[in-house]
Ligand binder design. Sequence first.
Ligand code: ADP
Ligand code: MG
Length: 276
Amino acid sequence: MAGEFSGAGTEPLLAAEAVRKVYLAGEVSVVALHHLDLTVRAGELIAVMGPSGSGKTTLLNCLSGLDDIDAGRVLVGGRDLFRMSDAERTEHRARSMGFVFQSYNLIPVFTALENVELPLLLVGTNASEARRRSREMLDRVGLADRAAHRPNELSGGEQQRVTVARALVARPAIVWADEPTGNLDTSMAAQIMALLRRLNREDGQTIVLVTHDPTIGAAATRMIRMRDGRLVSDEPVHPGAAGPPVDPSEARTGGPPGPRMADQPGAGAVDLHPVR
Ligand code: ADP
Ligand code: MG
């Protein structure tokens, strides 16, 4: 089952227009997003980069509807996210958005399989179908033999693969990942990134990924950079250049992948990066 809106045609999956977000901390206000515009199209794997405090997490939280905005609008499938009722927005998030955070946020008393089933059960998928699809998804992330393990019986990398399976199992329109490899060592991080890239390629899964690791950013199809709450660059990443290995098994033995250069802008990426 696809999300509640599809990426067919040229309609963007998501369009953020002049989004502003201000945090008030006591007497001090911090403008975390300054009238930010961003369009996300089907099939993109967007790396959001920028120094700590530049607004990456705020961007992700505001565009996914986890947090409110102070001005501007976010259109998803043509609908204004912040004109939905709270109930509609919650429903929209459950059906159309998947999340992967730095801390894995798995439910400790549930097995890996039960954690993956949750988003399907939340949107009313029947139990046997939810079980079948969750097993299949765990298999795809290489954890078929860990289905009955609880999170504390899994390594950090395995736990993050469970969260990736959980984020993708309901085939959401967009998966949001906030520094998903931040707690992992280099080889585990490469495995997770290779997995996200494979799911992006094989399923056309749209992913918006916050990272401050340029090696990871280079595996994306598009890289945007933030500074002080603003987008300071937005470029396609050369799709043919070397990046992290696609097969997670290669990631265990391979060295760190080299950076990829956007030396042929647009080559092979025309459909994914129409001029805005
Ligand atoms: P990043 O994810 O790029 O490190 P954030 O989006 O977390 O950046 O933060 C952007 C800015 O907003 C920073 O200056 C940060 O201190 C501020 N900020 C983030 N969350 C809050 C909050 N809940 N209250 C006050 N200020 C916040
Ligand atoms: Mg952050």
